[in-house]
Design a protein around this ligand. Structure first.
Ligand code: SF4
Length: 164
């Protein structure tokens, strides 16, 4: 069986983004035709509806959330850290259940972002760091790529052990 990939649901066009729209990327959809694709939307599975308020990590990154040093806030100031942690744990569970070693997640998201995320100011500025789900997956040895790193993701998938 071909290796499975964990993928942000919005990247294959599911209408789960905060504004009720998808964020389809055609190359991600093509990869999902070649490989077994397990889709996750951590914010939906964490219990936030759709559409929903915009959320950002205040005072840190996803790593800081895992360490209890920052909070996730909605635009109106509601604390949603628990929802984001729940969604991240569900994504990790799915990855482990499916022996996944590679994930392709949506850039800049407070859940799915890789390397750069929104800075917590709700003004479009970015900061270094990962989203909460990305941080949790990385801590468990899963390689995470954004939609800007698809060539690297494809190489990592081709190097993955084939499941029997
Ligand atoms: S970026 Fe992640 S949490 Fe946000 S809509 Fe896409 S899959 Fe859901």
């Amino acid at each position: 069986m071909s290796p499975a990939i964990l993928v942000s649901s919005c990247l294959i066009g599911e209408k789960c983004a905060y504004d009720g729209r998808g964020r389809a990327v055609s190359v991600v959809k093509e990869l999902c035709e070649r490989f077994r694709c397990i889709c996750v939307c951590p914010e939906m599975s964490g219990g936030l509806g759709c559409p929903r308020e915009v959320h950002e990590i205040a005072g840190g990154s996803g790593e800081d959330i895992l360490d209890g040093k920052a909070r996730v806030l909605s635009l109106s100031g509601k604390v949603r850290t628990g929802h984001f942690m729940r969604g991240a744990k569900i994504a990790l569970e799915k990855a482990l259940q499916n022996s996944i070693s590679v994930a392709i997640l949506k850039r800049h998201s407070p859940s799915c972002g890789k390397n750069r995320i929104h800075a917590g100011k709700f003004d479009g500025t970015l900061r270094d760091g990962n989203g909460v789900t990305t941080a949790l997956l990385l801590r468990h040895g899963i390689r995470v790529f954004s939609e800007d790193e698809l060539e690297n993701a494809a190489q990592a998938l081709c190097a993955s052990p084939i499941e029997k």
